[in-house]
Ligand binder design. Structure first.
Ligand code: ATP
Length: 495
């Protein structure tokens, strides 16, 4: 986009922009359906997670490291499969055995009650990962599996279906264990088991989570146990509520989140050691970093491996500009000048600290703009409600910190504004976060626009270094930018 046409678009939009009367900052969103659905116990737990967050940080949002919260947010707001065009890569333990993949749930010869459950959830056909993973998981003899694909591609539904298919409802003892990294994630997965098994009431589920106290000496009769590693280990070892030797399927969900918590790895490995040799081991993860891989290999002997590669994030379709200003106030003024243009579609504005995000949202709203605010001091459910409203187009502009930079899919965003450029704790450019922020726009080949606000020599320097990084790394990472017209200067503040 040439400077002139962009500036013209700004002018036109400014002129056309209606003055918006109802101004709200959504720091205390009303509970919508999603949030209201959460159980009391889960909201209590969410609160405790927030308390930990507050201890760790005052101003800065460290949430990009909080994988469990991110994963939970995604689960709370997502009601669809993530659109995916990628190929499934399969590494088979026995390369000579034929590789099955199914295009329908009927082909899996599921029990009628389960098929009813699957269709009841609105699943018409298996997702990409399910096409390959389900036949492997349901094969006889059972095969071990490590599966990796991005969040929202149907992993949970796949292993839930496998567990429900494998249990013998006539046997009244635990046969499947599923370990989740946190209390809240265990509840979410449990909900999927309950929904999918709705027409199969003979199969019962119990939650091995803190607060669920059982009488000493009792033996569980439920066939499926879902829980967190610590409680699960206690129930198998110390309290013997579960006889681990009778377990046929062991699922480790969200392995990448799991290993982010110290101690969870050890607990999981200790549970795994109590299980019979022929127990089927299934491990799922959204990423496949080295640490996850090392963990996976310790837990899952002789695995089949399925990977669904994420589309390489590229900045090819995104126009990037910068706006020169002298102060924060000038940046704000510049933002107001272009506000009409950015609200043609939906925009996300990134700030470095919660304080700036709060200030900016307040100022924008005082100027008559309707914006939503999302930052890390909010409870997970509140954040989910804000994102939900934004995704539904109820708000056009979302002011946020890094809490939103990763992991959360809001497809329709076409403008990203870096009110503050992303830097790490030492003040160096955070290239990865830049890529993730900008990557929100221009998805699926759609054109996007990114505007970087520069207010000092220091921030200009940061921007130059980011530009340098992406120009250089283009050769090796394919995270390319338009080097020829990257970062066009447009001084809007003084106009
Ligand atoms: N075959 C299917 N057809 C339609 N929708 C599906 C199908 N499988 C799963 N879904 C839905 O897609 C969404 C994502 O699925 P699921 O939670 O299983 O993904 P996931 O890969 O486990 O994600 P995460 O890594 O966040 O746990 C859910 O809302 C789920 O109900």
């Amino acid at each position: 986009m040439a400077t002139d046409s962009w500036a013209q678009a700004v002018d036109e939009q400014e002129a056309a922009a209606e003055s918006i009367g109802s101004l709200q900052i959504k720091d205390k969103p009303e509970e919508n359906g999603t949030a209201a659905n959460a159980t009391d116990s889960s909201s209590a737990a969410v609160k405790s997670e927030v308390a930990v967050e507050e201890k760790g940080t005052d101003e800065y949002d460290n949430d990009k490291d909080d994988k469990a919260a991110q994963s939970l947010l995604n689960k709370l707001i997502r009601n669809n499969l993530v659109n995916n065009t990628n190929q499934v890569e399969v590494l088979q333990r026995d390369p000579n055995s034929p590789l099955y993949s199914v295009k329908s749930f009927e082909e899996l010869r599921l029990k009628p009650q389960l098929l009813q459950g699957v269709y009841g959830l609105g699943f018409n056909r298996p997702s990409k990962i399910q096409e390959t993973a389900l036949p492997m998981m349901l094969a006889e003899p059972p095969q071990n599996l490590i599966a990796q694909s991005q969040s929202g591609t149907g992993k949970t539904a796949a292993f839930v279906l496998a567990m429900l298919s494998h249990v013998d409802p006539n046997k009244r003892y635990p046969q499947c264990l599923c370990v989740s990294p946190t209390y809240e994630l265990a509840l979410q997965t449990g909900k999927v088991i309950e929904l999918m098994g709705k027409h199969y009431p003979e199969v019962r589920l119990v939650y091995a989570i803190r607060g669920n106290k059982l009488q000493r000496g009792m033996k569980l009769e439920e066939q499926i146990v879902i829980g967190t590693p610590g409680t699960m280990l206690d129930w198998c070892g110390k309290f013997k509520f579960i006889d681990p030797k009778k377990i046929m399927v062991f699922v480790l969900d969200e392995a990448d989140v799991m290993i982010a918590t110290q101690g969870h790895q050890d607990q999981s490995i200790r549970i795994q050691r109590m299980l019979p040799k022929n127990c089927q081991m299934l491990l799922f993860s959204a990423t496949f970093e080295e640490t996850v891989w090392n963990f996976a290999q310790r837990i899952v002997p002789e695995p089949n491996i399925i990977k669904l590669k994420r589309e390489e994030e590229t900045l090819d379709t995104i126009k990037q500009y910068y706006v020169l200003c002298n102060s924060r106030e000038e940046k704000f003024q510049a933002l107001c000048n272009i506000y009409g243009a950015i609200t043609i579609a939906q925009a996300m504005i990134f700030c470095h600290t919660r304080k700036t995000a709060g200030w900016l949202a307040g100022e924008l709203s005082r100027e008559g703009h309707q914006v939503a605010l999302l930052s890390g001091e909010m409870q997970v459910e509140q954040r989910a409600a804000v994102i939900d409203r934004f995704r539904d187009g109820k708000e056009k502009v979302l002011v946020t910190t890094n809490v939103c930079a990763r992991g959360i899919d809001v497809e329709q965003v076409s403008v990203v504004i870096n009110f503050d450029l992303p830097v790490d704790k030492d003040g160096n450019p955070d290239n990865e976060t830049y890529l993730h922020r900008i990557g929100r726009t221009g998805r699926f080949g759609k054109r996007g626009l990114a505007i970087n606000m520069v207010d000092s020599k220091m921030s200009m320097n940061i921007l130059n270094r980011i530009q340098e990084h992406f120009s250089k790394s283009a050769v090796t990472t394919h995270a390319r930018t338009h080097t020829h017209n990257l970062l066009y200067t447009q001084t809007v503040a003084s106009s």
